[in-house]
Write a protein that binds this ligand. Structure first.
Ligand code: ADP
Length: 486
């Protein structure tokens, strides 16, 4: 099947969160399954520089009149075929330093509606034959950045004889791409695309509704989140639309990219390890304690956090529970960046107890790997979590996840209750109520289990053995593509 994946980020070229991991791994899993898959990305500097041998395949005129070029090159893949990648050459929109979405003051760029409308527009044009050398059968758009693609396809006058299916995946419903209504005029869509059945959302322009309203199939990144977003509590105002489209909505759990996240082969770890052979993990812990200036105590349970520092991630619970964590003999190592108040609060805690608390602000891929490699527990107390990848990395690296039981966290972590431990199913610690007490109780369970090494080892073996490769997820997406084509 010929498939075009459309996203704003793609690991390893450009990553701000889990979207990039998925956008990097899914095409490669589809290639490995023998599919003819290509990707389309905005021409951000990191994309432009990371796609090799790019040649111009077409020109296109944006709906507001500017002319851009479509280029096609390849992204090398270790141990597999190259991935063919289109990128949109429009430097006045994309050639800006730093974050792809925000300026240096962390404000969204004023012209984001144009920057990402062009992504959806170019995707729809490719779907309808812009590249004479290749046309997809299915277009798969990810998140609000690419969400106008299905809308452009639905309203395109240039549709060819072949019907092209469209699939839209929600990676996080909280980020919707909302803009002032007058920007609708820039999009070149007919008036019929406005209104409650179109892109209007309480008087604003919603990119997300382009995907939710017009794609043939909608997916999100875990079965539980697929149910949650149909409720008023978690629907971010779009639950009504999602309930109406429930028949074409499904949840497919993300996988873990074994090429990138495998403790037996991870070159970013100082020592490799694997299930049943954990000497390397202990050495990773000792090395990290030294690197971060933590007390070199092999038996102090090490809790790690690798996260965007935003309200979604529930990190105020970690701050609130930190005294209890330290009082029970634990250590905390956090890597993250985001909201200024959270950065400041964690920085102060590290300054007050540098031998027990380490805080690294910023984005640091090698350190993220070393934290999972060294950690005993990975904290993911998110208020909501569409899928969550860090708990899956924690599982695979034997750093047992401690999570709020929502979304993909509920689908990937089994609480260490006596019965689930007896059945060999337990893989971590879950709490139900999103408050200090719920978090504190889960923390106490983690400490209690840690004091029972044989049980800890058994739970850790189950966690590390949990199957999580992309092959299964890719097969499920292929089913969805077939439905979108039908
Ligand atoms: P989200 O997409 O909401 O940020 P996920 O858990 O789905 O959350 O994915 C987060 C991804 O970003 C993971 O790959 C995680 O390791 C990575 N990550 C988050 N913060 C950092 C950071 N400060 N440095 C390096 N990697 C990070």
């Amino acid at each position: 099947m010929k498939i075009l994946q459309v996203s704003a980020e793609l690991f390893p070229l450009l990553k701000t969160g889990g979207l990039a991991d998925v956008a990097g791994a899914l095409p490669r899993a589809l290639l490995a399954a023998g599919q003819d898959v290509r990707v389309l990305l905005p021409g951000f500097p990191a994309i432009r520089d990371g796609v090799a041998d790019a040649v111009q395949v077409a020109e296109l005129e944006a709906p507001w009149g500017e002319r851009a070029r479509l280029r096609l090159g390849r992204i090398g893949t270790e141990g597999g075929p190259d991935l063919r990648a289109y990128w949109i050459d429009a430097p006045w929109l994309y050639d800006r330093p730093g974050n792809p979405y925000e300026d240096a003051q962390r404000q969204p760029y004023q012209d984001n509606h144009r920057r990402f409308a062009l992504l959806g527009f170019a995707a729809a044009r490719i779907a309808h034959g812009l590249d004479p050398g290749w046309q997809p059968q299915v277009l798969h758009a990810h998140d609000w950045h690419a969400a106008l693609a299905p809308a452009y396809m639905a309203f395109s006058p240039r549709r060819g004889p072949q019907r092209v299916g469209s699939v839209f995946t929600v990676h996080n419903l909280a980020y919707q791409g909302l803009f002032a209504p007058w920007h609708f005029a820039d999009l070149g869509l007919p008036a019929a695309a406005w209104g409650i059945d179109g892109l209007e959302y309480h008087g604003q322009l919603s990119f997300m509704k382009g995907g939710l309203g017009f794609a043939d199939r909608i997916t999100t990144v875990s079965p539980t989140y697929a149910r949650e977003i149909q409720t008023p509590e978690q629907g971010c105002g779009l639950d009504g639309l999602l309930r109406r489209r429930a028949g074409v909505l499904s949840g497919i759990l993300n996988g873990v990219d074994d090429q990138v996240w495998n403790p037996a082969t991870d070159a970013l770890l100082p020592h490799p390890f694997e299930p049943g052979q954990l000497a390397g993990k202990m050495r990773c812990k000792a090395a990290l304690q030294t690197q971060l200036g933590l007390a070199p105590e092999a038996l102090a349970p090490l809790f790690v956090v690798v996260s965007r520092l935003t309200e979604q991630k529930g990190l105020h619970l970690v701050l609130g529970g930190l005294d209890a964590l330290l009082a029970q003999g634990g250590q905390l190592a956090l890597l993250g960046s985001g909201d200024a108040w959270l950065e400041q609060a964690f920085r102060e805690r590290a300054a007050a107890a540098p031998r027990s608390v380490s805080v690294t602000l910023g984005y640091n891929e090698p350190l993220a790997h070393r934290l999972f490699g060294a950690g005993d527990v990975t904290l993911v107390p998110s208020l909501f979590e569409p899928c969550g990848l860090t708990q899956m990395y924690g599982l695979k690296y034997g750093s047992l996840p401690l999570v709020h039981r929502v979304g993909g966290l509920a689908d990937t972590v089994v609480d260490a209750t006596l019965e689930d431990m007896a059945d060999g199913r337990a893989t971590g610690f879950c709490f139900e109520t999103f408050d200090a007490e719920g978090f504190a109780r889960a923390l106490r369970r983690a400490f209690a289990l840690y004091r029972r090494p044989a049980d800890w080892d058994a739970v850790r073996a189950s966690a590390m053995g949990r199957p999580a490769d992309w092959r299964g997820a890719a097969a499920r997406y292929l089913d969805i593509y077939a439905q979108a084509l039908a």
